[in-house]
Ligand binder design. Structure first.
Ligand SMILES: [Mg+2]
Length: 118
């Protein structure tokens, strides 16, 4: 895990422990919470076209909401990773390598086909 992710996890643990919230942070509750936060992130796109959504990146209020929901998702993912003993930095790097093998650039360039269709 990078020091940045370790630092964030440490800060998050302090925040949790100061509130005695470990008792609520079961794996199931953390997984549910991650998905609820992901839904809040997704909700920002509800009823908007691709163009409207891209244009909203210049709106400070929208950008603030997007930033905060993205952070919520990341924080729950860090809590899940810590609880499950996942080195998230390594896991993400490994997954990029797995995806690179599944989706060779020469076969995937410019198309969105699943690896089984390449
Ligand atoms: Mg949220």
């Amino acid at each position: 895990m990078t020091s940045s992710l370790q630092d964030l996890t440490q800060r998050l643990n302090e925040f949790r422990d100061e509130r005695d919230w470990t008792q609520f942070h079961t794996l199931k509750n953390l997984l549910i919470s991650l998905n609820l936060e992901a839904a809040e992130l997704l909700e920002l796109s509800q009823w908007k076209t691709d163009e409207e959504l891209e244009a909203l990146l210049d709106d400070p209020t929208f950008h603030k909401n997007l930033t905060e929901e993205a952070a919520d998702v990341m924080l729950y993912l860090l809590m899940i990773s810590e609880k499950a003993g996942i080195d998230l930095d390594k896991a993400a790097r490994d997954k990029i390598a797995i995806n690179a093998a599944k989706y060779p650039a020469e076969k995937s360039h410019g198309n969105a086909r699943k690896y089984t269709e390449l």
